[in-house]
Ligand binder design. Structure first.
Ligand SMILES: NC(=O)c1ccc[n+]([C@@H]2O[C@H](COP(=O)([O-])OP(=O)(O)OC[C@H]3O[C@@H](n4cnc5c(N)ncnc54)[C@H](OP(=O)(O)O)[C@@H]3O)[C@@H](O)[C@H]2O)c1
Length: 268
């Protein structure tokens, strides 16, 4: 696994930044993006990896922007071995009729079209190189969970899973492989911002999240290790499995946790 070049979209915060850190710790070189110069510069400073990490601002809603990210990675490190479509945004937990149309558009543009754009750019580049791995990030809704208030985010993520499973079929017979990452419930800006303007709902959800959820630094080493070791196209790397969730509920009384100790809804 030494020296692999990994692109992480949305690598400036949360799970993406955690993955970047863990990939660097496993001898990879990392290329990341976020939407602004400032966020990219800040993430690179936090990673403090010298010439083993680089980044440029890129917006996943634009295919041209992701092509520029690919080109930057290849100009810097010569190739891309792994491309992770991680960038994502959430929507407020509200009935669909109360979600602003621009929010619906932005969630689909980022989560669904962003994963499609990244997959197309990476697939074309990897086919030219002769090999590579593309990973797409699942989320609530991906495996069919349905909950009131989650129409926008859930539908955008269910589409990501469909898109990825289709790609797995489309790359069959080539040396490009495609997989799914499922991080479970992770204390990040994205999760907290679902509850922006509704601290009461956040307090209720917090109890469940403290049972089922984890911090970035717990989940990302596990994801990084498995995505680097994966062999078979179509692999799904899932942190929060049903047996794990059941065992968390059974042992909840024995454990006191607050994975959101530093979080304020809407503060990001
Ligand atoms: N947290 C969870 O519980 C959870 C659970 C399941 C799945 N996920 C998925 O995991 C992924 C990461 O989520 P997270 O919780 O780490 O979120 P986060 O902390 O809010 O980070 C989101 C990242 O995406 C970037 N981003 C957003 N829009 C972008 C765009 N248009 N172009 C480029 N970058 C963009 C942000 O960068 P800038 O702000 O610098 O642009 C940031 O780096 C998402 O796909 C999410 O759906 C999260």
């Amino acid at each position: 696994m030494t020296g692999r070049v990994v692109v992480v979209t949305g690598g400036t915060r949360g799970i993406g930044l955690g993955l970047a850190r863990e990939l660097l710790a496993r001898d990879c070189r990392v290329v990341l993006c976020g939407r602004s110069e400032e966020s990219v510069r800040g993430a690179l400073a936090r990673l403090d990896a010298g010439d083993r990490a680089t980044g440029v601002p890129a917006d996943v809603t634009s295919r041209a922007s992701l092509q520029a990210l690919w080109d930057h990675a290849v100009a810097t490190y010569g190739r891309v071995d792994v491309w992770i479509n991680n960038a994502g945004v959430s929507a407020p937990r509200r009935p669909l009729t109360e979600v602003a149309p621009e929010t619906v558009e932005s969630v689909f543009a980022t989560n669904t079209f962003g994963a499609a754009n990244g997959s197309v750019v990476a697939l074309a580049g990897m086919q030219r190189q002769g090999s590579g791995w593309i990973w797409n990030m699942e989320g609530f809704g991906s495996t069919g969970q349905v909950q009131a208030g989650m129409a926008t985010y859930g539908a955008s993520k269910r589409a990501v899973t469909y898109l990825t499973e289709t790609l797995v079929k489309e790359v069959r017979g080539s040396d490009v492989k495609v997989g799914l990452l499922s991080p479970g419930i992770v204390a990040t800006d994205l999760l907290v911002d679902d509850y922006a303007g509704d601290p009461e709902a956040f307090e209720k959800a917090r109890k469940i999240f403290n049972i089922l959820g984890d911090r970035v630094e717990t989940v990302t080493p596990w994801l990084a290790e498995r995505l680097l070791r994966a062999q078979k196209s179509g692999t799904r790397v899932a942190w929060l499995t049903t047996p794990k969730a059941m065992s968390r509920f059974l042992t909840a009384g024995l454990r006191k946790r607050d994975i959101f100790a530093d979080a304020t809804p809407g503060a990001a």
